[in-house]
Design a protein around this ligand. Structure first.
Ligand SMILES: *Cc1c(COP(=O)(O)O)cnc(C)c1O
Length: 220
């Protein structure tokens, strides 16, 4: 098996152990983050049987995946990076899930475009838990109103919450906070945990972990 395939296997085992230890079942789904990766690396993951991938730019995702869609009908593509409203049309066409819903203008654009294309993409609302000015995401204070705007006014399928904790802080308190926020809003899914902290995320109830370098090696 390729090293990419082996890495996915190792991560799956670790996620299973961490989720079990935290009392969570099933373990989180692995979103293999293929941004900046080579076609060879992507192919290795596909050949290992992996089908769930994440990208953070619409254009790069099109380059990576447009030609592979037909060959892999069970592919699931997750948009994990910021989405500009002028890219919404292409995003709705290509992706299956959005993890970065974070403002009303985007919610409205997604609503209109999904209706136009007859597609339904479940969305995670991104929360800026560290209140970092440079980071995307809804503030904790605005979250409740924003989620009801998305659900009730826009009729979007809000499936869960997503966060990216501040790089220099331990992740666990943020993961616990995200889980509590989701529970309070009746949201089931939690997109949290990356290469450095996916076991912590699994131990705190993540349902989706977004993992790039631990699968593919360092980004180009
Ligand atoms: C790049 C990226 C990841 C994956 O990062 P790694 O540390 O390589 O696992 C996860 N989430 C988001 C939002 C990203 O942009």
């Amino acid at each position: 098996m390729s090293s990419v395939g082996q890495n996915i296997q190792i991560i799956q085992d670790r996620l299973a152990g961490a989720a079990r230890a935290g009392g969570f079942s099933p373990p989180p789904q692995i979103i293999a983050v293929s941004k900046t990766q080579s076609a060879d690396n992507i192919r290795a993951a596909l050949e290992a049987g992996h089908r769930i991938f994440g990208e953070n730019r619409v254009q790069e995702a099109q380059a990576h995946w447009s030609g592979l869609r037909d060959a892999y009908p069970d592919l699931q593509l997750h948009l994990i990076g910021p989405l500009q409203t002028n890219k919404v049309r292409d995003a709705v066409k290509l992706f299956d899930v959005v993890h970065t819903l974070d403002r009303e203008k985007l919610a409205l654009a997604l609503r209109d475009e999904m209706k136009k294309q007859g597609r339904v993409l479940p969305c995670f609302v991104q929360v800026n838990l560290g209140a970092e000015p440079q980071k995307a995401g809804v503030s904790q204070m605005a979250l409740k109103d924003f989620v009801s705007f998305c659900r009730e006014d826009c009729r979007l399928i809000v499936t869960g919450l997503m966060c990216i904790p501040p790089v220099n802080d331990p992740s666990a308190p943020y993961f616990i906070e995200l889980k509590n926020l989701a529970r309070g809003l009746g949201l089931r899914h939690l997109s949290m945990g990356m290469s450095g902290d996916y076991e912590t995320a699994a131990a705190h109830g993540a349902t989706h972990v977004r993992i790039g370098s631990a699968i593919f090696g360092p980004r180009l």
